[in-house]
Write a protein that binds this ligand. Structure first.
Ligand code: HEC
Length: 131
C-alpha cells in the first residue's frame, strides 16, 4: 500500500466517523430527563412551572417541542433538528441575548457541563427531540 493510498483510506475513515457522529445516540428517558431532573425540575415543575415551563418527567415534550418560548414568542423552546432555532438551547448556551431573549443563563446560577450540552444538542439535532 502506498502512502497515498493510506492517506486516502484515512480520509474515508474520518469522513465515515464524522457521519457516524451525526446519528442519534441518546434517549429522553435514559440521558436527557435525568439531567433535567437534577438541574432544572427544582424550578420548572408541574406544580410550579418557572417561566410557564415544566421539565418534569412526562411534561418535557409537551412543554417544549413546537411550543413558543414566553421570552421570545416567535421562537420555539425546542425546534426538532435545529439547536439554533431552539430557545431552550440558547438559554443553556448563554446565547439567548443574541436572539432577542432575556433573563439569566440556565440552569439559573450555573451552567451545564460540555458533555451534558453535547447530549442535549445530539437529542435536538439528531434524535429530533423524540420521546
Ligand atoms: C433556580 C431556579 C431555576 C433553575 C434551576 C432552572 N431555571 Fe430555567 N428559569 C428560571 C426562571 C426564574 C426563569 C425566568 C427568568 C429568567 O429567564 O432568568 C427561567 C426561564 C427559563 C427558560 C425560558 C422559558 C421561555 O419559555 O422563554 C428556559 C428555556 C429555561 N428556564 C430552561 C431551564 C433549563 C433547561 C434548566 C435546567 C438545565 C433550568 N431552566 C433551570 C429558574 C430556573
Amino acid at each position: 500500500m502506498t502512502i497515498k493510498t493510506l492517506t486516502l483510506s484515512a480520509g474515508v475513515f474520518f469522513a465515515l466517523a464524522g457521519a457516524a457522529q451525526a446519528s442519534c445516540e441518546v434517549t429522553l428517558a435514559g440521558d436527557i430527563q435525568p439531567v433535567l431532573d437534577m438541574r432544572c425540575v427544582g424550578c420548572h415543575q408541574d406544580a410550579a412551572p418557572g417561566a410557564g415551563l415544566s421539565l418534569q418527567s412526562g411534561s418535557t415534550i409537551s412543554n417544549t417541542v413546537g411550543v413558543p418560548s414566553t421570552q421570545v414568542s416567535d421562537m420555539n423552546r425546542i425546534e426538532p433538528g435545529d439547536t439554533q432555532l431552539s430557545y431552550l438551547y440558547h438559554k443553556l448556551a448563554g446565547t439567548h441575548g443574541d436572539v432577542g431573549g432575556s433573563g439569566e443563563r440556565m440552569p439559573f446560577g450555573g451552567q451545564l457541563t460540555d458533555d451534558e450540552m453535547a447530549m442535549i444538542a445530539n437529542w435536538i439535532e439528531d434524535c429530533e427531540a423524540a420521546e
